[in-house]
Design a protein around this ligand. Structure first.
Ligand SMILES: Cc1cc2nc3c(=O)[nH]c(=O)nc-3n(C[C@H](O)[C@H](O)[C@H](O)COP(=O)(O)OP(=O)(O)OC[C@H]3O[C@@H](n4cnc5c(N)ncnc54)[C@H](O)[C@@H]3O)c2cc1C
Length: 447
């Protein structure tokens, strides 16, 4: 493939991209939605330019296992260039999309601009702290592999400090974990930390035998896993109670200062580890009219995932909000929606290029699952609810099948099998130190 004329690119501040006569589809984000779209455009008469701020795709559903030392980070991230190496019509550029110039059909990025015939927004979502500066300062979200590594370091560093601290109170503060939000991410993380407490603390941290480790799971609503049927919420509550997780329902955290979480019922929890899984919002890129964003910062799209007021701009996955009778508040922000929208949009773009009618999106819900510890899970599939070991086997199989690459599937299977046999969590290392930075009043600040 010939590269473009570099001088011309430099003059216009453009990203260097090989010339092509085929229509150009520029995609922001290689998450579940963007990557599926790109893969489905293989061998089609289009030039695809994938822009992502990272050089890898991450398998978000297993981030909590990295955060809790269950698996290695490399097992769930995959370089785009390797995934797409056999797809000749794709160009990958690592860059951050910074703005859309709708008048000139051009995307601006941190490394230059790129003109498009079709633009696909698939930049997903970010953690939503709902404007609370103390959460932004002290709360660690879980949205990326770096977040997962930050949580792992935070907890392990605090355990190391607890081991050499003499006062019982200080030991207990350093080894208390507060998880806010009892959706799948919060529940799964609480279960994994509870097993860490049960099987790892007694062996690895004899200094903490008297104080132990306390895990709180705090939810503003009246049940765990609110998107699942009530029966499964109750099962989940039982499983987590068996693992000694302290569950607080109908309670909101008001603030987190220093290592003190203040709740709206007057209770105060002293915890050096504060993990936020209570909200996400769309990840915006400048340049679209503000009217296209809803309150959750998701972009309104029609039934074809087309952005309002833009003929050749589409949004798919978490960032897109498509409303219909079945989903009056938009589709759930889950991987299956993202994958199915990516698949259909690839087909529709080809049809548009060939002047054919396009198909509207119809979501096929394949069910939801969440695991609690290493032998229990809950699942809601085709209107059937079940839990226990069968759900856990199913959860494991579905996640293994979804991981990209045979090598990663094998590595994860070995890790899980080892963990199952030995109750060991092998990846308890602080590779890079975690520190909170910046100013509590201004918010945001992690390294
Ligand atoms: C902890 C956690 C656990 C989850 N577990 C499950 C689960 O078990 N099952 C399930 O179905 N769903 C789960 N989800 C939800 C699921 O991960 C999302 O619905 C899905 O990832 C959405 O896919 P996406 O392609 O829209 O966005 P993402 O997967 O978030 O991908 C967005 C991509 O865009 C890139 N990007 C973002 N901004 C820019 C920019 N400005 N410039 C360039 N690139 C950019 C990012 O690097 C990323 O690669 C979970 C989510 C979380 C946070």
């Amino acid at each position: 493939m010939q590269c473009c004329n570099n001088e011309d690119c430099n003059e216009k501040g453009r990203i260097c991209i090989p010339e092509s006569k085929a229509p150009r589809v520029v995609v922001i984000g290689g998450g579940f939605a963007g990557l599926k779209l790109v893969e489905k455009l293989k061998n089609k008469n289009v030039q695809v330019v994938l822009i992502d701020k990272n050089n890898f795709h991450q398998f978000v559903p297993l981030l909590y296992q990295v955060a809790t030392s269950g698996i290695e980070p490399d097992n769930i991230v995959f370089p785009f260039r390797r995934i797409l190496s056999r797809q000749s019509n794709v160009v990958f550029r690592m860059a951050e999309a910074t703005g859309i110039d709708m008048d000139n059909n051009q995307l601006n990025t941190s490394i230059g601009s790129v003109p498009y015939d079709y633009l696909v927004l698939a930049q997903g979502s970010v953690v939503n702290f709902f404007g609370n500066k103390s959460f932004e300062w002290g709360g660690q979200g879980l949205k990326s592999i770096t977040d997962a590594l930050d949580i792992r370091s935070l907890v392990l560093q605090n355990l190391e400090r607890a081991a050499v601290t003499c006062t019982t109170h200080e030991k207990s503060v350093l080894s208390t974990i507060v998880i806010v939000g009892a959706g799948p991410a919060g529940v799964e993380m609480a279960g994994a930390f509870a097993e860490f407490k049960k099987y790892i603390i007694p062996n690895d941290y004899p200094e903490l035998l008297t104080t132990g480790m306390t895990i709180y799971l705090i939810e503003a609503g009246d049940r765990l896993l609110p998107a699942m049927p009530g029966k499964l919420s109750e099962k989940t509550l039982r499983y987590l109670n068996d693992l000694n997780v302290e569950i607080l329902l109908n309670v909101k955290v008001k603030s987190y200062h220093g290592s003190v979480a203040s709740l709206d019922n007057g209770q105060v929890i002293n915890a050096a580890n504060f993990i936020w899984t209570a909200g996400i919002k769309g990840s915006s890129v400048n340049g679209l009219p503000s009217a296209v964003y809803n309150r959750q910062n998701r972009i309104w799209v029609d039934e074809f995932n087309r952005v309002a007021q833009a003929k050749n701009i589409f949004a798919i996955g978490d960032i897109a909000c498509m409303v219909n009778d079945k989903f009056p508040n938009g589709h759930p922000m889950v991987a299956q929606v993202a994958i199915q929208q990516g698949r259909l949009l690839a087909k529709n773009i080809v049809r548009l290029i060939n002047n054919k009618d396009i198909e509207s999106f119809d979501y096929h819900d394949k069910g939801t699952m969440a695991t609690i510890g290493k032998q229990k899970a809950v699942a809601f599939i085709g209107n059937r609810s079940f839990g226990g070991r069968i759900a856990w086997v199913l959860w494991s199989a579905v996640h293994l099948m979804s991981i990209i690459g045979v090598r990663n599937k094998l590595l994860i299977a070995v890790n899980w099998f080892w963990n199952y046999l030995t109750y060991d969590k092998g990846d308890r290392v602080i590779i890079r130190k975690y520190s909170r930075k910046g100013d509590l009043k201004k918010g945001v600040n992690h390294e």
